[in-house]
Design a protein around this ligand. Structure first.
Ligand SMILES: [Zn+2]
Ligand SMILES: [Zn+2]
Length: 262
């Protein structure tokens, strides 16, 4: 029996999985996966992750919210959108296990930092009201993201997904009591900084994720990613923490269960 694993961050509702979504899920189950958490990026995909969870009860779970790169809209539209998303949380308590992905992304320049921050803070408030964990997306904005959470994140917990900050920023994330997750890019030869950050994250704060269809780990780099590939990431994390795949899967699965209350 393979060890139980959880992919805490995937986008299996993307059309890149339209031809073989069921096989992708089957492959994960065969490899020992007991859950896949699909993360929305806007209002429409928030409904899609819930549908996917309904189609795969107890296996697929939904995280709903507005991604920073999708948050460029007038205040009134944001209000309507977030009200609709909050309603989804009420209507689908069995499927919705978190709010995300939310945060700041300064790599893509389409949405102003002000718009991003407004959506970010409003969704931290939803998470607090609904007592749900958050999934943080951050790119090239680690200090600002941590600032927002330190200032507006009281009573909220969550995970920094696809961590790409420094060792110091990892310490700040951990000081909040939050979890940290590394995607397939932690396996890339040039990603020594990421591996240095992964060293300081204790096993009981670490999650496993693919960010499918993005960021396939080194052996499949450049190809479409899928949940089962996170076992390669698990091997990399095992090497970093001088342990084995089994222990990484045991601890990341327990931590995912605890954070998302699966
Ligand atoms: Zn992300
Ligand atoms: Zn993502």
């Amino acid at each position: 029996m393979p060890a139980e694993a959880i992919d805490s961050h995937a986008h299996l509702y993307f059309d890149r999985f339209d031809d073989d979504r069921e096989q992708v899920i089957e492959r994960a189950k065969d490899a020992g996966f007991i859950a896949i958490i699909n993360i929305a990026v806007d209002e429409q995909t928030s409904s899609q992750v819930i549908e996917l969870a309904q189609q795969n009860p107890g296996f697929c779970h939904a995280v709903v919210g507005v991604h920073p790169t999708h948050s460029g809209m007038p205040a009134s539209e944001l209000q309507t959108t977030l009200a609709a998303i909050e309603k989804l949380c009420d209507a689908h308590p069995q499927q919705v296990v978190g709010i995300g992905e939310i945060g700041l992304d300064y790599y893509w320049k389409d949405v102003s930092p002000e718009d991003q921050e407004r959506a970010f803070i409003a969704q931290l408030d939803i998470a607090r009201r609904r007592d749900l964990p958050v999934v943080i997306h951050c790119r090239e904005a680690w200090d600002d993201t941590l600032d927002v959470i330190e200032k507006h994140g009281d009573g909220v917990t969550g995970v920094f997904h696809c961590f790409s900050g420094t060792v110091d920023q990892a310490h700040r994330a951990l000081a909040l009591g939050w979890c940290v997750s590394f995607a397939g890019n932690v396996t890339y030869p040039k990603a020594q900084e990421l591996r240095d950050a992964a060293v300081v994250v204790p096993l009981d704060r670490l999650l496993l994720e693919t960010d499918s269809p993005f960021l396939a780990p080194q052996p499949m780099r450049g190809k479409r990613n899928e949940p089962v590939n996170s076992l390669h990431t698990a091997d990399q994390l095992a090497e970093i923490h001088a342990t084995d795949r089994q222990s990484i899967l045991e601890s990341t699965t327990a931590t995912s269960r605890r954070l998302f209350r699966l």
